[in-house]
Design a protein around this ligand. Structure first.
Ligand code: HEM
Length: 173
């Protein structure tokens, strides 16, 4: 089993939590821990070439963690300002694009669509973990925050943690 551990953006959580009516809640499989949100790996949709496929040019150094899309499930919902602020970060996925890698989420305003929230500058694999660093909001991602953030605004690093199903002996992928 694998999970995405991600604080999303510490200053945004601080902003919400400082509001009298602000709340950050986890739904649909996600959990909130001290270090941030945890989104478990989603089952691969049928017909999805998914993990293990070659991602093409512009891909960060290949590793067992970065050779294909990783889709996670669950929702973190931010509420505040009497409901004027109501943002869902749902079903994040780490996906290759022509120029590199992105972190996408379900479109908060169209559940059938997805939005590339942020670009990912680099991956740092280490054992059963892989840190994604240098996350920067895309223009579409920045729009979800109604002004204070612009394209390129940094988000927190994330960590993908793989918990292997107790193999009989170590394997090398
Ligand atoms: C009644 C409506 C709203 C009011 C009065 C309001 C007010 C404010 C104020 C005063 C700040 C500065 C806070 C600080 O520096 O500590 C701020 C920051 C911010 N607001 Fe709002 N806001 C409103 C709605 C929204 C909505 C709908 C969003 C969408 C997600 C949003 C996203 C943000 C973000 C991302 C920041 C920057 C947080 C950071 O420091 O990283 N706000 N807002």
């Amino acid at each position: 089993m694998s999970a995405l551990h991600w604080g999303i953006k510490a200053s945004f959580l601080g902003y919400i939590r400082a509001m009298a009516d602000g709340s950050v809640t986890a739904e649909a499989g996600a959990e909130l821990q001290e270090s941030g949100a945890v989104f478990p790996l989603a089952a691969a949709p049928s017909g999805d070439a998914g993990a293990g496929t070659s991602a093409g040019a512009g891909v960060p150094a290949a590793s067992a963690h970065t050779t294909g899309s990783r889709r996670f499930r669950g929702t973190v919902r931010f509420l505040g300002h009497g409901g004027v602020l109501d943002l869902r970060i749902a079903d994040p996925a780490v996906e290759p694009r022509a120029g590199g890698w992105v972190l996408s989420i379900r479109d908060p305003y169209d559940p059938d669509a997805r939005v590339d929230l942020a670009t990912i500058a680099a991956f740092h694999p280490s054992g059963q973990q892989c840190i994604g660093s240098g996350l920067a909001l895309t223009a579409d991602g920045a729009d979800l925050f109604f002004g204070p953030y612009v394209e390129g605004t940094p988000l927190d690093d994330f960590e993908i943690v793989d918990t292997p199903p107790t193999p009989a002996h170590p394997t090398h992928k």
